[in-house]
Design a protein around this ligand. Structure first.
Ligand code: ADP
Length: 260
């Protein structure tokens, strides 16, 4: 018998409509939760350096300023907290622009070997202090051209190489490899540091996620470096992967489109 129920079609349409609306509501709820969590994270992260600087400055006002040694120590600690705050605000602005897709990438022809050498030079002081060697291996040797936004790919490489030095051991080795294949350049940044335990590995690209909170803060980290890396590479249609073994070291890898 033919289904003659005139309401059947209407019923189906209503069902589809309600399901669609429910999906939209779920998505809005998810965004609202994300926004609230983000705000809570950000205010917490901002408070830490502000409270620290306030503490040092008030102690100075309350009399510590009279002791020359204490004064110098507290002033430099307050300055360090404010430097951390400055880095945090800069990273936050960069990340929020990347997350909302506000920034336009300026794709250009970039030599990754040159970028790497530039960063090695910038990090020479901290690498020297830790007696860490910085090595670039590129096959073939010489310039390695990719299509990328020069400023942003410099930022990606800086964050990864700086982390490798920062979290690596004393007398460590950091190696950057650039390998060309037909279409891509494969970039890897390897250290022989303490590694990242497997349970943390999938989370290190989340904003403010740190394996060891105190260690990261001691080393001037904002907890945003890898989130920024992920977003920039995303805008290059590239994905970053990480492999790590506790007590052996960590390797980050990604690909970029090759140009001649
Ligand atoms: P941070 O500013 O804290 O360095 P990142 O987003 O750059 O933030 O890194 C997130 C966390 O991942 C770091 O706090 C650190 O615990 C871990 N990490 C990143 N790179 C390495 C590495 N090469 N070796 C060991 N741990 C690392």
């Amino acid at each position: 018998i033919k289904n003659t129920n005139p309401f059947k079609k209407l019923n189906d349409e209503i069902f589809v409509y309600v399901a669609k609306k429910q999906k939209e509501i779920d998505e809005l709820k998810r965004l609202e939760l994300f926004r609230r969590e983000f705000l809570a994270d950000v205010s917490h992260e901002l408070k830490t350096p502000i409270f620290a600087a306030q503490g040092f400055i008030h102690t100075l006002i309350d009399g510590a300023v009279d002791d020359e040694r204490v004064r110098d120590k507290f002033l430099s600690k307050a300055a360090k907290s404010l430097d951390g705050l400055d880095a945090l605000v800069k990273d936050l602005v960069a990340l929020s622009q990347l997350e909302t897709g506000e920034v336009k990438m300026n794709f250009d022809r970039v030599d990754m070997a040159h970028v790497t050498h530039e960063i090695f030079e910038q990090l020479e002081k901290i690498a020297h202090a830790k007696r860490t060697s910085l090595v670039l291996k590129s096959t073939p040797p010489g310039p390695v051209w990719v299509k990328a936004d020069a400023q942003r790919i410099l930022q990606v490489m800086t964050n990864l190489i700086e982390n490798a030095v920062k979290y690596g051991n004393e007398n460590g080795h950091v190696q950057v490899n650039l390998e060309e294949d037909k279409k891509f350049v494969l970039v890897s940044i390897r250290d022989d540091g303490p590694g990242i335990p497997p349970e943390h590995l999938s989370r290190i690209f989340e904003r403010f996620y740190r394996v060891e909170k105190s260690r990261s803060k001691d080393r001037g980290g904002t907890g945003l470096g890898l989130a920024i890396v992920k977003h920039i590479l995303n805008a290059h249609k590239s994905k970053i992967s990480v492999m790590s073994k506790v007590d052996k070291g960590t390797t980050f890898r990604f690909k970029l489109e090759r140009v001649d």
